[in-house]
Design a protein around this ligand. Structure first.
Ligand SMILES: *Cc1c(COP(=O)(O)O)cnc(C)c1O
Length: 395
């Protein structure tokens, strides 16, 4: 069935927690304290399938379950295939181990000069500042270390990481991630950003966070002030499905935007969640309305326990093909595969190029119509001197 939605509506409200005071609902610490983290709590709110029940028990030693009340409200409890449900409620499929999958599929640990820092690309580093998130995505790329269910013993070494960045003038771009950096207190974030801003060669600072999606209440005016003070701070949020684009998320994005934070979005293509051109189209349109520019669409990493989310790459290409030209250019993310083993992100695009020779380029547009662009210059008139005859010139 094609995906349809009420485009004018923005989901809002306290849902199952209507009895809770508005002050509590707006308090991010209340949401953290009241997260659903056990099978018993979850079963108070909904009927699970046997696969989910078994999944919850299995998840304990792998990647903890945690769902904020705010995000739980977005689940359609009558729909076994609800795309929100699939993202945060474990299934026994997580116990399936396939030979293609790895705990550290992007080879991050090998590219880590000091604990918590990944230096893969020449001019930028990934700085993992915490191993905790507000809620845990079941397809997490860093499930080996987040939530500490596997005893990975992750301890971010801020001083060591900062000293490494200070000592490497080629690092002009620092990406704070984790875990979720916005789980740090205002004071810690303020301190970290001050330290980074004090390094003259660090030009670009960005944060990767799913907090606006799981816990929009965390995006307080005070947090906005910190970003304003250290700006420009860029942010990539992580929305996978239009159902996540609520009134609260929109408001949080506006608070960030008005604090001068340019916003991008990273989605992961997930089987049974958003592997449908209509769903992605509805998502990217909602993002633009929230001042968020779609940035990357990721092919699922080859993560242990994640194979049930894996899609065919041809589906991803089809999705991009159905966006490009058919809708606003700003709405089209770059589809990438993060190369297994640690090759970095590689763009995967529909093929518009038919042929390229010294004479011309032959290509197709979004409708599949063929066009030609000549690479030659053929003057119609002779130059003013009149001595030269028109000739074909190759570029
Ligand atoms: C994704 C990533 C970056 C940032 O890549 P951009 O293409 O600049 O967004 C940097 N370092 C690592 C290790 C990454 O995985």
């Amino acid at each position: 069935m094609p995906y349809t939605e009420d485009r004018a509506a923005w989901y809002e409200g306290q849902g199952l927690w209507a009895h809770v005071s508005e002050n509590n609902w707006k308090d991010w610490l209340w949401h953290l304290k009241n997260r659903i983290t056990s099978l018993e709590q979850l079963e108070q709110y909904m009927t699970l399938t046997p696969e989910e029940r078994a999944g919850c028990l299995f998840a304990k030693g792998k990647l903890a379950m945690a769902i904020t009340p705010y995000f739980f409200n977005l689940i359609d409890r009558n729909d076994l295939n609800c795309p929100i449900r699939r993202q945060v409620i474990p299934r026994i499929d997580e116990s399936i181990v396939s030979t293609e999958e790895m705990l550290d599929s992007l080879g991050e640990d090998e590219h880590s000069p000091v604990p918590g820092l990944v230096h893969r690309y020449p001019d930028r580093v990934l700085f993992l500042v915490t191993d905790r998130c507000a809620s845990y995505c079941r397809y997490c790329t860093r499930s080996r270390l987040v939530s500490n269910a596997q005893g990975y013993n992750f301890h971010p070494e801020y001083e060591q990481a900062l000293r490494y960045i200070e000592a490497h003038p080629e690092v002009r771009d620092v990406l704070l991630s984790g875990g979720d950096p916005l789980l740090l207190s205002d004071k810690k974030l303020d301190h970290l950003l001050s330290r980074l801003r004090a390094i003259p060669h660090v030009e670009f600072i960005r944060i990767g966070s799913r907090i606006p999606v799981f816990l929009p209440q965390r995006v307080t005016p005070e947090l906005g002030k910190i970003f304003e003070k250290h700006g420009p701070i860029w942010m990539s949020i992580h929305v996978n499905h239009p159902k996540e684009a609520t009134r609260e998320l929109k408001d949080a994005c506006e608070r960030l935007s008005f604090a001068g934070v340019p916003l991008g979005n990273q989605s992961v293509l997930l089987r049974g969640v958003n592997d449908d051109p209509e769903v992605i189209k509805a998502l990217v349109h909602r993002l633009l309305r929230m001042r968020v520019r779609p940035y990357y669409l990721y092919q699922m990493d080859l993560i242990t326990s994640g194979s049930h989310f894996k899609t065919d790459v041809r589906k991803g290409i089809e999705i991009i093909k159905e966006l490009r030209g058919h809708t606003t250019g700003y709405a089209v993310p770059q589809y990438v595969i993060d190369a297994p083993g640690g090759g970095g992100k590689v763009p995967i695009n529909p093929d518009y190029l038919e042929k390229i020779t010294d004479e011309e380029v032959v290509f197709r547009n979004y409708e599949g119509r063929e066009f030609r662009y000549p690479l030659t210059r053929t003057p119609v008139t002779a130059p003013a001197s009149g001595e030269l005859l028109p000739v074909k010139v190759q570029l």
